[in-house]
Write a protein that binds this ligand. Structure first.
Ligand SMILES: Nc1ncnc2c1ncn2[C@@H]1O[C@H](COP(=O)(O)OP(=O)(O)O)[C@@H](O)[C@H]1O
Ligand SMILES: [Mg+2]
Length: 331
């Protein structure tokens, strides 16, 4: 079976994808698969074995299955998935709509709200100064009006983030008006749609989901961030950041999170895999969903494979299973 592994890509998470892709390539069973590494550079040029491929469509058509190990825009957002659908090539992971919905935090919030899954309160700001209310009506606001709105609806501190991003790029914590305005400017660099969210003080935990129509949830892992929150640096550059499997929460909480993860996976119509991230609030012990990642970090030390490792599924067996699920879905 010819397996094309696509990595790199045009998003802010290019470097993260390089690490994930490298680990996937090293751990795919060479006896089972004919493995083709397919690299996309930051400008969107495609390469196979260091040779630029101008007509990538013809090359892709030779593959039996594609593993798009791409994070963020132009990879995790339904674009690659759309191309592969058109070419009728089976591929690992979520399809167009689930990828694009999960990539967009505003739409994720809307669907999860419909599913009655608890999440942080938020305000949606477009183009830096336009408040979009629950009915998607738009109102242009001055800076002080935005600050007032946040004080009324959420209270400080808040987290400000681009609707479409990942790896914490563009995410900042704001504790007052001036910080809020700066944070909205910063997030707007990455997406014209920005979320301002109430800060949840508690444990940050993650659950891995695997499957198509009958998805299974792993145990729950905990993030022990070395910095105030799990920023890009805390994730990738700070060796003091640790993970703990299983999370230090009660058995009942673990079960609640596993159930909610599967519920969210189904609500978003996910396929193959997703990592569902939560907070467990300190004072009330309530579970809040944070986000769903359709192509989570995939190095050997990343949470998604580690959670399955804990469940008894080794990294290379997990890759086999994902490829099987991709083939199964294409039938
Ligand atoms: N509402 C919140 N309350 C507390 N911390 C948050 C909140 N939103 C985000 N964070 C922190 O910021 C990090 C990145 O935010 P997240 O929404 O997960 O974006 P990304 O898609 O970039 O990972 C989280 O891992 C968490 O540490
Ligand atoms: Mg996150």
């Amino acid at each position: 079976m010819k397996v094309g592994v696509i990595y790199g890509g045009m998003s802010t998470e290019h470097d993260v994808s390089m690490m994930s892709g490298k680990n996937v390539l090293e751990n795919l069973d060479k006896k089972k698969y004919d493995i083709i590494p397919i690299y996309i550079d930051k400008n969107g040029k495609w390469y196979i074995n260091n040779k630029e491929i101008k007509n990538i469509v013809d090359k892709l058509k030779e593959m039996d299955v594609i593993f798009p190990v791409l994070h963020g825009l132009y990879g995790e957002d339904g674009t690659i998935q759309g191309m592969l659908e058109l070419l009728k090539i089976p591929y690992v992971g979520c399809d167009i709509i689930s990828s694009s919905m999960c990539m967009d935090k505003v739409y994720t919030k809307c669907v999860l709200q419909k599913a009655n899954i608890k999440q942080a309160k938020y305000i949606y700001i477009k183009n830096e100064n336009t408040y979009v209310n629950e009915e998607f009506e738009e109102m242009k606001l001055e800076n002080d009006e935005i600050v007032k709105l946040v004080e009324e609806k959420l209270q400080f501190p808040v987290f400000v983030k681009p609707s479409n991003s990942g790896s914490s790029v563009g995410v900042t914590k704001a504790s007052n008006g001036p910080e809020l305005i700066k944070a909205i400017e910063e997030a707007s660099i990455y997406d014209k749609k920005v979320l301002v969210e109430e800060a949840i003080v508690g444990k940050e935990v993650e659950c891995a989901v695997l499957g198509n129509d009958n998805p299974k949830a792993s145990t729950v892992g905990e993030i022990l961030s070395a910095e105030e929150f799990y920023s890009y640096d805390a994730k990738y550059n700070n060796a003091e950041s640790k993970t703990r499997i299983p999370a230090q929460i009660s058995e009942e909480k673990i079960e609640e999170i596993r159930r909610t993860a599967v519920k969210a996976f189904k609500a978003m119509d996910c396929k193959g895999l997703a990592r569902v991230d939560f907070f467990v609030k300190n004072d009330t012990n309530e579970v809040y969903i944070n986000e769903i990642n359709t192509m989570p970090g995939f190095t050997e030390i990343s949470m998604y494979p580690k959670l399955w490792g804990y469940m008894g599924l080794e990294y290379s067996e997990l890759l086999d299973e994902l490829i099987n699920l991709a083939i199964e879905r294409s039938r």
